[in-house]
Design a binder for this molecule. Structure first.
Ligand code: ADP
Length: 312
């Protein structure tokens, strides 16, 4: 668990992060959102001490980060920035191996870890290990950047606008891939983004920053239902609210008895997915299957709309 306690950063007379406290549960994703200049990146960099806090502290599993030598801290905390920061004169394998090498892992262990990570990110190890960053597409560089950050199995991964340079289609794929890998490895992630869709898609919790202060730290649904102030309300978007809520609600929550024609949707899909499929196919109900593929009921347009109205 990560505990952020009264973190404050001043530059001269300017407070850029003002008394921010919140906790991050192990294995969760927290998205930090807010307008440009709100202090998001500074907050993130105080966690791995790239920026030294003026006051306040960060505890990782109860241990004050100030008591951990900086180099050790950087090995325990992965860091990914926009632009990926890959070393241009090192090939992909050497880039990913950076921290394991510093930690003195033996060659065999490093080689195995590099292959494992490349496979995890769906990059063929034989093809990609010896490529150099300039030979990769933006999406591939981004994956190598994340793979490198995960190489030594850090307890915590900090990501600052990691998908900022990707176009919309690749960005959506990269987000899904990150989420799948995060769920599989159980990595705790703190991610800065200015994209509310990204925050809602990835965040188990969302931390909203405005003018150096943390104005709300809550689950996405809570943020939509009970925004702390007009700033948050505007940020989450009044018009998008029903759609965002549908995207946070699973088909299992609007399951009806009975059957329907067509391609089934699964219990763990969202009502947003179901509504898209209903609109796309022009049907008014879809069959619902469980994880094993067995049909368990149906979901209908009117059922989804009823569900949506409860949020209104
Ligand atoms: P965000 O990530 O939300 O866009 P930042 O944390 O990058 O915000 O910056 C917050 C504020 O702190 C900005 O006004 C920025 O100009 C200022 N700032 C950041 N780093 C420094 C620095 N090293 N010296 C002085 N001011 C800084």
């Amino acid at each position: 668990m990560i505990e952020i306690e009264h973190l404050t950063k001043r530059y001269g007379d300017t407070i850029v992060v003002d008394d921010v406290s919140f906790q991050v549960k192990e294995g969760t994703v927290t998205a930090i959102v807010g307008t440009s200049g709100a202090g998001k990146s500074t907050l993130l960099r105080m966690i791995n001490r790239l920026v030294e806090p003026t006051s306040g502290r960060v505890l990782i599993d109860g241990e004050d980060t100030r008591s951990i030598p900086e180099d050790q801290l950087r090995h325990r905390i992965g860091y990914v920035i926009q632009g990926y920061g890959l070393f241009p004169h090192r090939n992909v394998a050497a880039n990913i191996a950076t921290v394991p090498r510093l930690l003195g892992w033996d060659r065999k262990r490093i080689a195995a870890r590099v292959s494992e990570l490349l496979e995890l990110f769906q990059l063929d190890p034989v093809e990609f290990s010896t490529k150099f960053p300039h030979e990769l597409s933006g999406g591939e560089q981004q994956r190598v950047g994340v793979a490198r950050a995960l190489a030594a199995r850090p307890a915590l991964l900090l990501m600052d606008e990691p998908f900022g340079a990707l176009d919309a289609v690749i960005r959506a794929k990269a987000q899904d891939e990150l989420l799948a890998i995060q769920r599989r490895l159980g990595t705790t992630i703190l991610l800065v983004t200015h994209d509310m869709n990204e925050a809602f898609h990835l965040g188990d919790r969302i931390a909203v920053m405005d003018e150096a202060r943390l104005v709300q730290h809550a689950a996405p649904a809570e943020l939509l239902m009970r925004p702390a102030d007009p700033f948050v309300e505007q940020l989450v978007g009044t018009a998008e609210r029903p759609f965002r809520l549908l995207a946070l609600t699973k088909v299992r929550d609007a399951l009806e008895p009975g059957s329907a024609e067509g391609e089934p949707i699964t219990l763990s899909d969202t009502l947003h997915d179901a509504l898209s499929q209903l609109m796309w196919t022009g049907r008014d109900a879809l069959p619902v299957a469980d994880a094993s593929g067995a049909l368990v009921g149906r979901v209908s347009v009117s059922g989804i709309l009823d569900h949506g109205r409860r949020f209104a």
